[in-house]
Ligand binder design. Structure first.
Ligand code: FES
Length: 164
């Protein structure tokens, strides 16, 4: 009986790209951003652990939810030894993102409602246009759509991502 071939625990970037459905350039970008690590074989080529498939799925799911790469990186860094998220990790982290989603939904709903007053107007007045919102409480975080940029939401998420 022939010896059973052992499965290589690692895979080249092409296989990870094929199995994850992402372009190799996207995987290299994740690696540059510190979201994904790779090993190098004797020839210096990138190889990934099989568990990185799950890590890539985690990153994609978190991006779909609307998290920034920095927020995803922080979530991954909260895991012991930089391990790939387990189902329990995913359950805990995804639950911690709910307030962030609620804030984004609230901000977008408010934006939609304010935009309704602007449709057909075009004044963009600092005094009367609600989209300029001079009494914006988020102004303390800086200019622009601060909640959408993740300022306050990031703080909430980081607090809730802490292990019990
Ligand atoms: S553009 Fe006139 S109220 Fe916003």
């Amino acid at each position: 009986m022939p010896a059973k071939a052992t499965e290589d625990p690692n895979m080249p970037i092409g296989e990870l790209a094929k199995r994850s459905g992402l372009a190799a350039s996207a995987l290299r970008f994740y690696e540059q951003q510190g979201l994904l690590g790779s090993l190098r074989n004797a020839a210096g080529r990138r190889h990934y652990r099989r568990s990185d498939l799950r890590r890539v799925a985690f990153i994609r799911a978190a991006q779909t939810v609307g998290l920034s790469l920095e927020q995803i990186k922080a979530a991954l860094a909260s895991l012991p030894d930089g391990r790939t998220p387990t189902p329990a990790d995913w359950e805990r982290l995804s639950r911690s993102w709910r307030p962030l989603l609620d804030q984004k939904i609230q901000a977008l709903t408010q934006l939609r409602d304010q935009l309704s007053a602007c449709i057909g107007c075009g004044c963009l007045s600092l005094k009367k246009c609600a989209l300029y919102n001079p009494n914006d409480g988020a102004a303390q975080y800086g200019s622009g759509a601060r909640y959408l940029l993740g300022d306050k939401a990031s703080a909430v998420m980081a607090e809730q991502a802490k292990p019990d």
